[in-house]
Structure formats: structure tokens, C-alpha cells
Design a protein around this ligand. Sequence first.
Ligand code: NAD
Ligand code: GLY
Length: 381
Amino acid sequence: MSSAERCVRVSLAERSYDILIEAGLLREVGARLRELGLAGKVAVVTNPVVAKLYAPAVLRSLKAAGYQTRMIVVPEGERAKSLRWVSAILDELVRARFERGSVLLALGGGVVGDLAGFAASIFVRGIPFVQVPTTLVSQVDSSVGGKTGVNHPLGKNLIGAFHQPRLVLIDPDTLGTLPARERVAGLAEVIKYGMIEDEKFFAYLERRMADLLKLESDAVIHAITRSCEIKASVVAEDERESDRRRVLNYGHTVGHALESLGRYRTLIHGEAVAIGMVQEAGLAGELGLCPPEVVIRQRELVRQAGLPDRLPPVRFTELWNTMQHDKKVAQGRLYCVLPERIGRVVIAPLERATVKQWFAQQGRQGGGTGRRAGAALPRRG
Ligand code: NAD
Ligand code: GLY
């Protein structure tokens, strides 16, 4: 490990692994796989955008370390997260005679990571899998924790498996080519970690948000490292989300409902989570669970990051009904992650009447209540 390199360990007994964070790491992928003792062929799963930018460096490094490589290019965007593309990857692995010891390496954002991870989990009942995430969302969230999967036509992430990677290699330099909207969206998840677990980190984000937006290296590396540390500690306590891991869904009860109502075309995930966190903190304030200062500080930070904070025009009943599909519905009651203070959340039931009253207030303060979701926001490019 070089002096500049950060290492976060995900402690899961025999499934433990390291997350390495360092600028320029992309050029060392081959050497890092060798250090881990991974042998055999390596299939690099990526998409056309990322392939053009980063596959040459990764393939060069793998070949220099003596690996036989194969590149599998899947389409850009969420549509690649389908069983059809899992099947295409498996076909390619069979044709190229991949076997138990072969490696699947995901080079790209959360879409490529979720898809490749799922293919790795089922090919010959599971082969080693390495994550090389290139978006902020994937560097602070999706590459860590082993949730893999694809979408079903009737719902997002409905088909999947827990399959932990053997290694996560994060090169923050890749964020330099990421469209600004995607970078900002990733900041929502970073803010989420401060809110659920670490007030000091939240205060750091308040001080350094302008630097993060300018991609200042020390701020970016600290934000990624601290986010990964928090996610790693939560996952180590509750790998399969039976309890503690649910805190990672802060902002997601309202956020997922908004994404779904906009048919995943109006808000990108981080934007929906930002609105979700602001609304869920507002609800916690309404319930007397947290002081107004918490709601105000979080809203300010979300705005500072350039993230949206207001509900788009949705009808209350549509939002409420969509929220009922949340994984945290138990015995007919909707449970939501709500802040008590910055750095601490609880999981508490939400009553329809409370949400309705809060929602009506948002309408009076300029949020939408009357029209359909998706009418006001630009489509994802
Ligand atoms: P994404 O993978 O679609 O990437 C966003 C866009 O950035 C794409 O157009 C991609 O081609 C482009 N891109 C990627 N890296 C780039 C780079 N360095 N430079 C330029 N362009 C680049 O989106 P995402 O936000 O990374 O991930 C979203 C997906 O992750 C969703 O499917 C979501 O369900 C999933 N997710 C999974 C988990 C998990 O725990 N498994 C957690 C959060 C999100
Ligand atoms: N992104 C939420 C989780 O990994 O549990």
C-alpha cells in the first residue's frame, strides 16, 4: 500500500475484503488482483462510455500482470440491468471457457456493478468478482456491501443476490469525466452517511462542500473514504439487511416513491434521495422526533450541493400508495428511517394522517400537490 492509499476493510469473516482508494489506481488493477492471489481469466464488464474512457488503461494493466482478458460491453444506462443482459454475459463466459477460478471485473457505475455482480453470483454457482466503480454513487455506495441484481419489468432491483466482491478499487480521478449532474447526485448519498452516523463528517461536508463540487482531491478522498467506512461498518453488522442495514435507506422511502412515480426518467436516484431526506427530516420535525435545527441544516447542505429539495408535483394519494411498496412495510404499517439529530436516526412508523398534513404544508410552501409526478423536471439525458 502506498502512503497516499486509503484502505477500508469490510469485515465479513471469510467474505471480508478491502476497499482501496487512491488516485491513479486504475493503472494498477492487474497488480492488485495478483496481490490478492486471483488467477485465471478476467472478464471486464463495462459500457461504451466507460470503455472508451477507461478500459484501455485497465486492460493494459491486467495484461501486464499476465492475465488473459475478455471485454464484455453492455448498453449504457438502466436498461442494461435486465435478465437479457445477464444472459448475454453468461453466454460470453461460457463461450470463452471461463471456470470457477475466473474473475469478473465490473468497470463502471452502479448499473454495471449490479449487473456484473449478479452474473458473477450465478455463473458456475459463483465466481470471484471485483468492483472498479467510476461514478460517485458507485464509489460511496453500490460497489460496497454485496447487493447485486437486475430489474424486473414490474419493479426495480427485484431479481438479485448478495454476492460480496473480493476487492473494490476506487480511483477518484475517474470522477473528472463524470457529468456534473451525476457527480452532484452522488453527493446525496455522502450527505446521507453524515446524517445517519457521523455529525463530525456532516460538519466537514458543510465546510468543504464547495471544494467537493470543484473535485478538490483531499476533500473528495476524505468524503469517499468516510462514506465507505460508514457503509462497511453497517454492512459488517448486518450483511443481509435484517435490521441495522435498514438505516442506509434514509431518504429512500420518499425517494424511491418519487423515482417510481417519475418512471425513473425525471429524477436520478441521488436527486430523489436528496428530496426524500429533506421530506423525511421534515416529517421527523413534525413528529417532534428532531429539533428544527436538524431540518434546517440538512436542507441547507442539500441546497449547497446543488441538489433538489422540494417535492415535485405529485398527488398525495399517489405518493402514499407508492410508498406502501417500500421494503420497510411490516404488518401493513410503513416504517421509515427518521433523524433524531444529525448523526443519529431511528426507524419509526409513519401514519397516513401525519404524512398528509406535512404534504399539504409543503404545497402551501411551494412544493407540488396537484399535478402528476414528472411534469416539472427534465428527463434524464
Ligand atoms: P450509472 O451506472 O447509470 O452511471 C451513470 C452514468 O455515468 C452512465 O451514463 C455511465 O455511462 C456514466 N459514467 C460512469 N462512469 C463515468 C465516468 N467516470 N465518466 C463519465 N461517465 C461515466 O449510475 P450510478 O448512479 O452509478 O448507479 C445507479 C445504479 O446503481 C442504479 O441501478 C441503482 O439501483 C444502483 N445502486 C445499487 C446499490 C447497491 O447497493 N447495489 C446502491 C445504490 C445504487
Ligand atoms: N444502498 C443500500 C444498501 O446497500 O443497503
